[in-house]
Design a binder for this molecule. Structure first.
Ligand code: PAF
Length: 281
């Protein structure tokens, strides 16, 4: 595995690669990321993973400077899975002030976007830059960041980017908590409590599969439970899976998404609900 930190060096390393599969990350890798890298192997001969904590997608009061940076451990985890790790500096990615941005679709201002203004603009912009540098034929994104996946897919379609977007399933701890780099912020008591978010999403999913269609009552019930246990809830929302528009009773493919704070840690999670499939309930 090669570790490359400049755009120029990466370009020359990939020049003769017939097919590249790409996994962009911000590092602090866990099993969820590694599963995406393994999945990438099925989509290209050369697997490139990037590690770059992108300042453009953090708000002024967010955790950019404290975001966990664990470069050496990350490289150890990627050895044997990726062929190339691309780890540019901020100066390499942004050699001049970034004044050209990708304007994401309006849904990027809802859900997480309503609480993190400019976040998806920063994500879409850096992902487009990375696509232009790496030129992958396929790129893998986790469903854990469901709204991000939606925004990237819209960007690829509407800007005719020659990249196939592959979605990776969310990996969970034994109790159901979605794996996330930000779980590292949780203290022991918070870690035990954190699974409540998943449990509430599961309850909503089961209610909908059993015929429940009062989505706002289901959302409110989850919010009340979280608040009663000390959470600060940004949103719990049932949406149409394809458009991310607020769900209506006729929708068959749904997703319930949530973001909530436990102490100083903001956790997000989601569950898809496919009413046309056998849900095993
Ligand atoms: O999902 C992430 O880790 C980031 O948003 C991404 C896609 C690497 C862009 O910085």
């Amino acid at each position: 595995m090669q570790i490359i930190s400049t755009t120029q060096e990466l370009r020359s390393r990939l020049k003769s690669e017939p097919s590249v599969a790409f996994v962009p990350t911000m590092g602090n890798l866990h099993e969820g990321h590694l599963a995406l890298v393994r999945q990438a192997r099925e989509h290209g001969r050369c697997v490139v993973a990037s590690i770059f904590v992108n300042p453009l997608q953090f708000g002024p009061s967010e955790d950019f400077s404290s975001y966990p940076r664990t470069f050496e451990q990350d490289c150890e985890k990627l050895a044997g899975l990726a062929d190339v790790v691309f780890a540019p500096t901020v100066a390499d990615m942004y050699p001049e002030p970034q004044q050209v941005y990708v304007e994401p679709p309006p849904v990027a201002s809802e859900l997480c976007g309503a609480f993190r203004p400019g976040h998806f603009r920063g994500v879409a912009t850096v992902v487009l830059k990375l696509f232009n540098i790496v030129r992958p034929q396929a790129a893998v994104f986790g469903k854990k960041d469901y709204q991000q996946l939606h925004v990237i897919r819209a960007m690829v379609r509407q800007l005719n980017l020659p990249v196939g977007i592959v979605a990776g399933e969310t990996l969970r701890a034994a109790d159901g908590l979605a794996l996330s780099s930000r779980n590292a912020y949780l203290g022991a008591e918070e870690r035990a409590e954190a699974v409540r978010l998943y449990r509430n999403l599961s309850r909503i999913r089961e209610s909908i599969i059993r015929g429940g269609r009062d989505f706002s009552a289901l959302e409110q019930c989850a919010i009340d439970d979280l608040v009663a246990h000390g959470w600060r809830v940004d949103y719990v929302s049932v949406r149409a899976a394809v458009s991310l528009a607020p769900a209506v009773a006729e929708d068959r493919d749904l997703v319930v998404l949530a973001a909530a704070w436990l102490g100083k840690t903001r956790l997000i999670d989601n569950l898809e609900i496919c009413l046309s499939a056998d849900n095993g309930l």
